[in-house]
Design a protein around this ligand. Structure first.
Ligand SMILES: [Fe+2]
Length: 246
């Protein structure tokens, strides 16, 4: 948390959005944890397929106005579908859509879902950041192109692995397939290595404890030109414990 506040100042970041779906020891989020994140330099929290992993969160999410659940979940689900953050007078809309390829959760079409939320945000937001929380790179890239010129950026999450494809699409939307995980990289997707290898070897169930070593912040930094109404740069940010490089 302390490192995030320093990083925010170093990068002169006007706004910080975090996906918090696994902050509760690798499974979901709680109200206490959400409030902690929001008190330490994060402006809004998005979520993913682990949104309902913590019991009671479904009762708490509506009390947190800067937290949104994936927008393309069924209408009956609790929680906001988007958040609007005031960034020095600029109204930034933020929402997440879940992918459907290789994903277990029941979700509506992310393409039509994103279209619907963007339409709803017309007149309410000056620009919109879209998160695609999905497994398949093809689905994420396709959504980036689908929203090119209509979103400030389309940024992917969920695979835990940052990708080397940060770019600005032709009509001005920043894109990155996956911004990576903030967590332990000496791991398999944040979990201790040995049980995961064991599971692959014999298929027997095991506890997958959260790993501890080589903790890094991984993020995407988007520069946006308000006058030209287009992203000018997207780049990967990596910070190792102890402050090593970006
Ligand atoms: Fe996920």
């Amino acid at each position: 948390m302390e490192r995030l506040q320093r990083l925010r100042a170093e990068l002169k970041a006007d706004v910080v959005i975090a996906n918090g779906e696994n902050v509760a020891a690798g499974n979901g989020i709680t109200a206490t944890l959400a409030k902690t994140l929001l008190g330490t330099g994060i402006d809004a929290i998005t979520l993913g397929d682990h949104v309902w992993d913590q019991r009671g969160w479904e009762d708490d999410i509506d009390d947190l106005p800067t937290v949104c659940r994936p927008a393309n979940l069924p209408e009956s689900c609790p929680g906001a579908r988007y958040v609007i953050v005031d960034v020095k007078g600029f109204k930034l809309g933020v929402f997440t859509v879940l992918g459907r390829t290789f994903m277990g959760m029941k979700a509506e079409c992310p393409f039509l879902g994103a279209d619907a939320v963007l339409k709803e945000l017309e007149g309410k937001a000056d620009g919109v950041l879209v998160e695609i929380h999905a497994e398949a790179t093809s689905e994420k890239i396709a959504l980036g192109w689908h929203l090119d010129g209509r979103a400030i950026a389309v940024l992917g999450t969920h695979t835990h692995v940052p990708t080397a494809d940060a770019c600005v699409l032709p009509k001005g939307t920043g894109f990155m397939c996956d911004v990576g995980m903030t967590g332990p990289y000496a791991s398999v997707l944040g979990r201790e290595v040995a049980p995961v290898i064991g599971r692959f070897l014999d298929g027997m169930p095991r506890r997958f404890e959260v790993a501890e070593n080589d903790v890094r912040i991984s993020a995407a930094l988007v520069d946006y030109d308000e006058v030209a109404k287009r992203a000018t740069e997207v780049r990967l940010i990596t910070v190792r414990r102890g402050g090593g490089g970006r």
